[in-house]
Design a protein around this ligand. Structure first.
Ligand code: COA
Length: 423
């Protein structure tokens, strides 16, 4: 038998808004299961099923406004249900949650209901229906940690389920939940001033995910150093015209690539990946170096392969092609994979030092800032030298501080006298 379920006397003037529909057509509900949540400006009220049965039709949706007597849904009532007494009892007792900001008493609060569903003191400023609060309490979830998706920042049952699912997945993951997590919900910034909102591009979203993963996965330290590139710069300027006639722009970057490849071969502890789950280190017998490229679409890190086997001019040419492909969004997936080390050069822009983030599963990244003329004390006197700031961040699980200091020191020697690269 189908029974029309109607809105009981809610004890409020006028109509109220439907803010949650907790059932779908075909659902089996037990007596007192929440059917929907209504909200007036003073209180949220959960409407319980007056009897058990199967939902056959739902006659309203979220956002509708209803008043006493309106039909909510059609329920195919179980034959055994004692209809009249149960209906009367349930409809007299909608479960009410008072809005904390409102001073007036909530319209209908049965003592027994209030006792059965007390509002947790710490969560009292959070918007959530009594059923969600009850479930959260049973599971020991602080509602403030759950990202709300309902109207007016309301925590819905689905939000609670999503939160619990995420926590369970974390607890069961090999790193015991240390992987990137969902940040706490942001405040409504429009309360502080005018704002507008833009969607993240795909590359921005991927970069954000990758950065967070690197940040929480690898304990990182940055080793600072300087390389005297006075002679290198002189050589570069001498060779620049020659390179240009071959269609190549000769910057500091190809020299840095070559020096890093040399240092990675000499100190292979930085050319590895660490696999903590399997308790092992993977040594790379190749030298592929990623270069961070800034484009209007975001940050790309194309990879120069076999850097140790290429000449400075070949490297200069390849960097130019990769940087242009990045700007044109034409990099192929294979060109973005397989690096064993990364260089992030901000030298053409400025700055004295920075702490780049290791591109996990690599274990080190070299940040390069702007070369500046500096007085350097040589043979008893100050002489002007062009000094290049180096910032080497490394994953301290795989690389020791001494190894990192040896690496930047070696880079200094190589860049200080590029004849060393020939040896
Ligand atoms: N100190 C002083 N000058 C420098 C320098 C440094 N460390 N690095 C580059 N320059 C100079 C170059 O020599 C060149 O000068 P020139 O025209 O007199 O020859 C000028 O700055 C412009 O160089 P640029 O065209 O940028 O070439 P590059 O080879 O140095 O860098 C890219 C190429 C693609 C890496 C660079 O354009 C880029 O995108 N950098 C940003 C990387 C980034 O965003 N990193 C952050 C990641 S978190």
């Amino acid at each position: 038998m189908n029974q029309a379920i109607t809105v009981p006397d809610l004890g409020v003037q006028g109509d109220v808004e439907v803010i949650e529909v907790n059932v779908a057509v075909g659902d089996r509900v037990a007596q007192n299961d929440a059917l929907l949540v209504l909200e007036s400006d003073k209180a949220s009220m959960e409407l319980p099923a007056p009897m058990s049965g199967i939902v056959r039709e739902i006659l309203l949706k979220i956002g509708d406004r209803v008043r006493q007597g309106d039909t909510v849904l059609m329920l195919e009532v179980d034959a055994s249900t004692a209809l009249a007494p149960a209906l009367d009892k349930a409809l007299e007792q909608p479960v009410v949650e008072e809005h904390k900001a409102v001073q007036q008493p909530a319209p209908v609060v049965s003592k027994s209901t209030a006792a059965a569903l007390p509002i947790d003191h710490d969560d009292s400023s959070i918007h959530a229906g009594p059923a969600v609060r009850k479930l959260a309490r049973e599971l020991g979830v602080e509602l403030g940690r759950v990202a709300p998706s309902g109207p007016r920042q309301r925590v819905l049952k689905d939000d609670l389920n999503a939160y619990i699912k995420e926590m369970v997945q974390k607890a069961q993951s090999p790193d015991f939940g240390l992987s990137p997590s969902t940040p706490a919900p942001l405040p409504d910034f429009s309360q502080f001033g005018e704002v507008s909102v833009r969607e993240l591009s795909r590359i921005q979203a991927l970069t954000a995910k990758g950065m967070l993963n690197s940040w929480v996965t690898a304990p990182q330290v940055t080793q600072f150093d300087q390389a005297d590139i006075t002679e290198l710069e002189q050589f570069r300027k001498e060779q620049k015209a020659r390179a240009e006639s071959a269609g190549v722009k000769l910057t500091v970057l190809p020299f840095l690539l070559k020096a890093c490849a040399y240092a990675l071969k000499a100190l292979p502890q930085l050319n590895v990946s660490i696999d903590v789950a399997q308790q092992r280190i993977i040594d790379k017998h190749y030298v592929h170096i990623g270069i961070a490229v800034d484009t209007p679409h975001g940050l790309f890190v194309p990879v120069v392969r076999d850097v140790d086997k290429k000449s400075i001019l070949e490297l200069a040419q390849e960097v130019a092609v990769l940087a242009q492909s990045a700007a044109d969004k034409k990099l192929l997936p294979g060109q973005l994979q397989g690096a064993s080390f990364t260089i992030s050069s901000l030298g053409s822009i400025g700055g004295t030092a920075f702490t780049p983030i290791v591109n996990v599963p690599e274990v080190a990244i070299l940040g390069v800032s702007k070369a500046q003329m500096q007085p350097v004390f040589v043979n008893g006197q100050f002489v002007p030298r062009l000094m290049l700031p180096l910032s080497l961040s490394y994953d301290h699980r795989a690389v020791n501080g001494a190894e990192a200091a040896r690496f930047t020191s070696l880079l200094g020697q190589l860049l200080g006298d590029i004849r060393n690269l020939l040896l």
